[in-house]
Design a protein around this ligand. Structure first.
Ligand SMILES: C[S@@+](CC[C@H](N)C(=O)[O-])C[C@H]1O[C@@H](n2cnc3c(N)ncnc32)[C@H](O)[C@@H]1O
Length: 288
């Protein structure tokens, strides 16, 4: 398994081709969850300077730039895995978002070529960083400082706790074991894989106002039933594919680095969890 080529990288997940493909697919799962949207913040049309934290393959930043040609978007990541062919109003920078920010670098205006210098940000976005970020309050404070008055911050996150419906035909064991062990290993790495539970309060403490949160679940499989379950069923199929594909990536680095598990032990747990997750008698889900 490849690990990040960046010497900066304390991130325990891989950045190899299967993981990058999974991230791009996961982006589709997010867009389905948000009914096609890239974000939920009520951004004004004047939104110009946008920062995407932990951008990964850069797919969110690229699509934001494509859909908002007058905005300039900077995606930052520890790992240089972003494509080269990108919209002219998009750029990527390799950096640690938990260090002091030196970005966004000014982007020349695509038509005039003029560089307007460093500006305050209008929108800071970060998605699926809960197995990477150690100090969320610090990240929120730094975002607040770099945003213009009236700017927006949006986090799209997961909570790694495995849930199973109380009336599920079978109660999950292996996915829960996977989740508990990865949460425990992350804790040893200084990472709270359930951090999103505290975001509302931490954002207010950082100075943000009008804090709102939207909670939904990603079912593992098309098990949801009922009148309005069409979207949840589709979401279940897509989320199942995404989560099953991420079981090994999420566990291997974490459990071997921080819990001393052998690769064989991790793969056995992944196999058990995968088997359970593909069985529709288990009505399991993650909270987002
Ligand atoms: C699960 S991926 C999510 C990628 C992207 N946000 C998305 O939703 O498609 C997490 C990304 O965060 C990056 N990352 C983790 N910790 C970071 C840090 N301290 N600074 C910059 N990037 C970080 C990783 O390299 C990885 O690309």
């Amino acid at each position: 398994m490849a690990v990040s080529s960046s010497s900066l990288d304390p991130y325990a997940l891989p950045n190899d081709e299967p993981e990058l493909e999974r991230l791009d697919f996961q982006h589709r799962v997010w867009r389905l969850s948000l009914d096609g949207a890239l974000y939920l913040s009520p951004l004004p049309p004047s939104t110009n300077s946008v920062l995407d934290l932990g951008t990964g393959t850069g797919i969110w930043a690229i699509e934001f730039a494509d859909e908002n040609p007058s905005a300039t978007v900077t995606g930052v990541d520890l790992s240089p895995v972003q494509p080269r062919w990108i919209p002219p109003n998009c750029q990527f920078q390799i950096d640690d978002i938990e260090e002091e920010w030196t970005y966004p670098l000014p982007i020349p205006d695509p038509t005039s070529g003029e560089v307007s210098g460093a500006r305050g940000l209008d929108f800071v976005h970060g998605r699926m960083l809960s197995l990477g970020v150690k100090d969320w309050p610090c990240l929120f404070r730094q975002s607040f400082t770099h945003l213009r008055p009236g700017g927006y911050f949006e986090a799209q996150e997961f909570d790694l706790t495995a849930h199973c419906e109380p009336d599920s035909p079978k109660q999950g064991v292996a996915f829960r074991k996977w989740s508990e062990n990865v949460i425990g290993a992350a804790k040893k790495a200084g990472i709270n894989a359930q951090a999103s539970r505290h975001f509302d309060q931490q954002l207010r403490e950082a100075g943000f106002v009008d804090v709102t949160s939207k909670h939904f679940r990603w079912p593992v499989g098309p098990w949801p039933e009922g009148e309005n379950s069409k979207k949840e069923k589709t979401l279940g199929v897509w989320a199942q594919r995404n989560i099953v594909a991420g079981l090994e990536a999420g566990a291997l680095g974490m459990l071997s680095r921080y819990e001393g598990w052998s690769k064989e032990q991790v793969l056995e747990l992944v196999r058990e969890a995968r088997e359970e997750m593909l069985d529709m008698e288990f009505h399991q889900y993650l909270n987002m």
